[in-house]
Design a binder for this molecule. Structure first.
Ligand SMILES: [Zn+2]
Length: 121
């Protein structure tokens, strides 16, 4: 258990799984870079080793570790992070879709619209 007090006094950014960003870290898996292991929950760790990450999980890891890492590279995932040869079924729901540039741009535009409206009214 991490108390609020220790969060504010520690510089640590987060103790959440790097892939799903929901569960706490259970496993530290060595990566190609010894200084930057994968920090994952049990479920994501299992999926990483079976090349069965969901899009958003692949995306989150690729952002941190780069998509060129052995467990993330394009033999196992296509350009969009879709698993090519998962050893277990990948269950993808709509909210698991990784954000694309287009989505981000739309979000930015709606944020802008919103702030402009705020100023006018
Ligand atoms: Zn996870």
């Amino acid at each position: 258990m991490t108390s609020l007090l220790s969060i504010s006094t520690n510089v640590k950014i987060s103790d959440f799984c790097e892939a799903c960003k929901i569960n706490e870290i259970n496993v530290v898996e060595p990566s190609d870079n010894p200084d930057q292991p994968y920090k994952l929950c049990n479920q994501c760790h299992k999926r990483l080793l079976k090349y069965s990450l969901r899009l958003v999980e692949w995306y989150n890891l690729a952002v941190i570790h780069s998509p060129n890492k052995f467990l993330l590279h394009d033999d196992f995932y296509d350009d969009d992070g879709e698993a090519c040869q998962p050893e277990v079924d990948v269950i993808v729901t709509k909210k698991d879709k990784a954000p694309t540039l287009k989505n981000v741009r739309n979000d930015l535009e709606s944020l802008l619209d919103f702030s402009i409206n705020e100023v006018v009214s």
